[in-house]
Design a protein. Structure first.
Length: 257
């Protein structure tokens, strides 16, 4: 039987390839996630770090978007090994892992996503959606290669250790978080500060020089363009919250002036 999730593994582009445009899903709603998937974004980030999501609600959203070409990415809340296992078992094919500051952390994360021989992932997928409940007979042999791990660089320490983090085998891409980088630099709430943006652009440049796929999330169109010019190809440009609030305010202003 073919790999059910093969078309959901994120094909991470290098800096010489076309960008993938994505949206964030924070509202923990399968209907909202499905509506965004129907719009035509290349990828959809289901946020279990800052959104009010848990394993069952992420599962419902994965099921809701499975009928669409959009590729789902799940941002998990932390580095917990048992939680990583649960998200993989429900069939999350691409993980974005927040707050990765060192090569040691990156190594532990990769080990948690791989079965023994390469890692420490518990073997229970035969009972889970990831293997189509054992109907994908080669799942255990193919799972390690099919999971995409994107590590999120969000602190000055992470930026300082970026080269070492990218050296870790199994890290498929690096993703930069301007808001937390700003906070780490003592500029809380100022992701558009020139020093913050320059740090992100330098990080993207380092990744591009090594042909390591890189990404960023920002609602600042000009900055996203700068990131793309620097080599970022995994571009998060909006969210369900922004789409709802911004357009709601726009409609209201039309009637209330």
């Amino acid at each position: 039987m073919p790999d059910f999730f093969a078309n959901q593994s994120l094909n991470l582009p290098a800096s010489s390839e076309a960008s993938l445009i994505g949206a964030w899903a924070n509202l923990a709603s399968p209907l909202v996630a499905e509506a965004i998937a129907a719009i035509g974004f290349d990828w959809l980030l289901i946020d279990a770090e800052h959104g009010p999501n848990d394993v069952p609600s992420v599962l419902a959203q994965l099921q809701a978007v499975a009928a669409y070409p959009v590729v789902p990415v799940v941002r998990i809340p932390n580095h917990d090994v048992s939680l990583i296992k649960r998200y993989l078992d429900i069939g999350a094919p691409n993980l974005l892992v927040p707050m990765v500051d060192s090569a040691a952390q990156a190594t532990a994360i990769i080990e948690a996503t791989c079965y023994p021989g390469a890692g420490i992932r518990g073997v229970g997928a035969g009972l889970a959606r990831a293997s189509r409940w054992s109907m994908q007979e080669d799942y255990l042999q193919t799972a390690n290669a099919s999971v995409r791990v994107i590590v999120q660089i969000e602190t000055e320490r992470g930026l300082e250790n970026l080269d070492a983090i990218m050296d870790v085998a199994g890290v498929d891409a690096v993703f930069f978080g301007p808001a937390d980088i700003a906070a780490s630099k003592g500029k809380l709430g100022k992701p558009s500060d020139p020093a913050v943006q320059e740090a992100v652009l330098q990080g993207i440049g380092k990744a591009a020089a090594r042909n390591m796929p890189a990404g960023v999330f920002s609602g600042d169109e000009e900055f996203v363009t700068q990131c793309e010019n620097a080599g970022a190809r995994l571009l998060g440009v909006t969210s369900d919250v922004k789409l709802l609030v911004a357009n709601g305010k726009r409609v209201l202003s039309q009637y209330k002036g």
